[in-house]
Design a protein around this ligand. Structure first.
Ligand code: NAP
Length: 335
């Protein structure tokens, strides 16, 4: 079977926020799958802050998306045709589909998902890459333990909302930092965070001083910039900072200043470690099982912000991540 796929290509690299000139949307005929390949009808696309980094022509953990290439993205979909023994027509799968409504992929690059366990969008959120990031960042990198005070920034987002709930389930005292009263109320009233700081209402370091007067043991950083500096000021002896991301800097056009309070690491014999979720791929099953169990007993709520649309809506939808218009995992569901 050959199909026409509608796909988003990188037209030119953005200077700051991507805009209409960044993308070009095109229809292309896909070759029928050959042995080992699978044709997937994509139903849901994951929108991730990391996409902004993939547009820069710099050395990183993956090569930049090339000019004219299909934009890299994870997706969920249904198998339309299979030339791979592990996949049958109708199977639900996830993989790197790119921003496209159809994709032909190698079977070994696809993973089965079970829609009786969770909705497709959840497989891109709490049970997908963001959930894995939360699990390994919190438990392996930051080694959070019961009784400790954990602070997470970007707390109402895909990764942050899972981090806070995992930390609560572990018996930690959890403080989330997010933008706006609605997000903060959601964290405390519905997700069970002990406290939330609205960084748009005042300096985060004052909020941390008030809500964690004895200091913090773990800072899970999704935001970087000034927020990281505020957390450094609040560290306790032996604290750990997990550098997950720095979304406040992703569209910067000038060099970003380093944290002024880094000597707090020395004073408090603290550590700050960056990590990449893909390094934990061999252990994803452990995190999926753990998060599924917490969802089943009601101690973890998976929330997605699902935008209904078309491949053409990708560019505008992506910007929601940088304006804070999403709560939970941002997903584009293809009509
Ligand atoms: P997300 O938190 O669901 O969405 C982004 C959120 O960031 C927005 O909703 C917004 O929330 C906040 N934000 C945007 N601009 C901001 C700014 N200038 N200052 C403060 N907050 C800002 O995204 P996500 O997928 O969960 O990703 C969160 C972080 O984890 C990102 O930094 C991402 O790059 C990183 N990440 C890292 C890995 C890894 O392997 N290391 C894997 C996945 C994700 P507010 O309304 O609260 O501002």
């Amino acid at each position: 079977m050959s199909v026409i796929a509608r796909r988003v290509h990188l037209a030119q690299r953005p200077i700051d926020l991507p805009d209409g000139s960044t993308w070009s949307v095109r229809d292309s005929e896909l070759e029928s799958p050959v042995d080992g390949e699978v044709l997937v009808k994509v139903t849901h696309l994951s929108l991730d802050p990391a996409m902004r980094g993939w547009l820069n022509d710099v050395r990183s953990y993956v090569p930049p998306v090339a000019i004219d290439a299909v934009m890299r993205a994870s997706g969920v979909g249904t198998v339309l045709e299979s030339r791979h023994p592990d996949f049958n027509v109708g199977d639900s799968v996830t993989g790197l589909t790119g921003i496209a409504d159809h994709a032909v992929l190698r079977g070994e690059h696809l993973t089965h998902i079970d829609l009786s366990v969770a909705e497709p969008a959840t497989w891109l959120g709490a049970l997908g890459m963001p959930g894995m990031t939360a699990w390994f960042g919190l438990f392996d990198v930051a080694a959070a333990k019961a009784g400790e005070t954990v602070v997470v920034s970007g707390a109402a987002g895909a990764v942050g909302s899972v981090v806070g709930q995992l930390a609560k389930a572990r018996g930690c005292h959890v403080i989330g930092i997010a933008g706006g009263p609605d997000k903060c109320a959601w964290l405390t009233d519905e997700l069970g965070f002990d406290a939330a700081i609205d960084y748009k209402q005042g300096p985060v370091h004052r909020g941390l001083r008030d809500m964690a007067p004895d200091g913090i043991d773990v800072y899970f950083d999704n935001v970087g910039g000034e927020m990281l500096d505020s957390a450094l000021r609040a560290l306790r002896l032996g604290a750990r900072i997990a550098i997950c991301g720095a979304i406040s800097t992703y569209n910067a056009t000038e060099p970003v200043p380093g944290p002024a309070h880094y000597m707090s690491l020395l004073v408090n014999r603290a550590t700050m470690s960056g990590f990449l979720v893909f390094d934990y791929e061999d252990r994803y099953a452990e995190a999926v099982d753990g998060i599924t169990a917490l969802m089943a007993d009601g101690s973890l709520v998976a929330r997605e912000q699902v935008v209904q649309g078309h491949v053409d809506d990708f560019g505008d939808t992506l910007l929601m991540l940088f304006s804070g218009a999403n709560t939970g995992k941002l997903v584009l569901a293809l009509q």
